[in-house]
Design a protein around this ligand. Structure first.
Ligand code: SF4
Length: 396
């Protein structure tokens, strides 16, 4: 039985400059109505294949772009088709500027965890990212949530923004840590082809000499034209040279304020890890609803059509069916994103495979200090978390 649901709400107030997710800015109300009707039908159809629901994650897009009436409609269609455990974790993503008193009240009746899309407190970097809303709307949203009894609030931050220095990033972290938050996700900006930001960047030469990068970790003196952005990698993305230092800084500053890194990009106060995501990193089953949402039944994955029109007209999901051992490898590397890594018995129970199948690869990764292994556990070292892509490549 499946006990976890993900619901993708593909609407936003505008398109952020860096956004490569599937989202529709300012949709007509008829489109939202059609989306909700199809979602209701899909939820109803799936209700028999699920047991008691232990976690729900409503993401996007911007779920709180929906009006209060539409949010209520979404919540009640989930509640009416599924039995939800009394202690289920129910998360919803929220962009602060879209939250109203009425929506906060509805969210408090249905959900118990809110993830705020902040990304940056600094107006200069918000502008580069193309984020709507003001830093003031963040404080207002937090007050609305707290006043309605939602104490489990988290936020997303982005680092390695063009022109952002270590000291700028430190300010962002200190600001986030000073707020009554329980969870912070921090992601390095990737500038993906086809986004508005990539287009903007392609007109500017962002490069500084390597020597200068090595000897100047504080890049406040750099102008945007000389910020430490490197040319596109072969993955079609751009990275900054100080993103590693920024990742380290996030770990150190957030630790000082009582947050632990429990996954490569996720930090929480004790007991406030996102249970839904943790279970999914450990290979648990879940059903995804809405365009571009993925599902996993323990053996195969499938992804709904990533286009609202196609999804509405009933396009079949794309199925990803691979041999069991390959799937076990995939689950293994996803679990290695967490700081705790795998308990060997748990991995065996979860996948039917013993971790011995990775022995040759693990020996090599241990030699490079990327992995540590004890009698009971296998987990990434700090270096391994940082170079998780390489760990994954070696194991899959
Ligand atoms: S709010 Fe999120 S999903 Fe919407 S455009 Fe911005 S980054 Fe994309």
């Amino acid at each position: 039985m499946i006990n976890r649901l993900y619901i993708h709400v593909p609407f936003c107030a505008s398109k952020c400059g860096y956004c490569a997710f599937y989202s529709i800015p300012r949709p007509e109300s008829e489109i939202i109505g059609a989306y909700l009707s199809k979602l209701e039908r899909d939820l109803e159809k799936a209700s028999n294949s699920c047991g008691k629901i232990d976690s729900i994650f409503i993401g996007g897009g911007t779920p709180t772009y929906l009006s209060a009436g539409n949010l209520e409609r979404l919540f009640s269609s989930v509640s009416s088709h599924f039995e939800i455990s009394a202690d289920a974790e129910i998360s919803i993503e929220c962009n602060p500027e879209t939250l109203t008193a009425g929506k906060a009240e509805l969210i408090a009746e249905f959900a118990n965890r809110v993830s705020l899309g902040i990304q940056s407190f600094n107006p200069k970097f918000r502008k580069i990212l193309g984020r709507q809303g003001s830093p003031e709307s963040i404080g207002k949203a937090i007050r609305l949530l707290l006043n309605n009894g939602i104490g489990n609030i988290g936020c997303d931050l982005i680092y390695a923004i063009p022109g952002q220095s270590l000291s700028d990033w430190q300010c962002e972290l200190e600001k986030a840590a000073s707020l009554p938050l329980k969870h912070i996700s921090s992601y390095s900006l990737t500038i993906e082809e086809g986004t508005l930001l990539a287009e903007k960047m392609s007109n500017i030469e962002y490069r500084i000499p390597n020597d200068e990068i090595k000897h100047n970790t504080d890049t406040r003196h750099l102008t945007p034209e000389s910020s430490p952005i490197q040319p596109a990698t072969d993955h079609g993305q751009l990275t900054t040279d100080n993103s590693v230092e920024m990742w380290n800084l996030a770990g150190a500053i957030l630790k000082k304020h009582g947050f632990s890194r429990y996954e490569i990009s996720n930090y929480s106060r004790r007991g406030f890890e996102c249970r839904h995501n943790l279970e999914i990193w450990y290979g648990d089953k879940y059903l995804g609803f809405g365009p571009a949402a993925s599902s996993f039944d323990g053996i195969k994955r499938w992804t709904n059509a990533g286009d609202l029109g196609k999804w509405l007209s009933g396009a079949q999901p794309e199925i990803d069916s691979i041999p069991a051992e390959k799937r076990a490898r995939e689950i293994f590397v996803m679990g290695l994103r967490t700081s705790q890594g795998w308990n060997k018995i748990f991995f065996h129970r979860k996948t039917g495979f013993k971790s011995d199948i990775f022995s040759p690869e693990l020996a090599e990764l241990r030699e490079h200090s990327l992995i540590r292994e004890t009698d009971e556990k296998i987990f990434c070292t700090k270096k391994g978390l940082l170079l998780w892509n390489e760990v994954a490549e070696r194991l899959i």
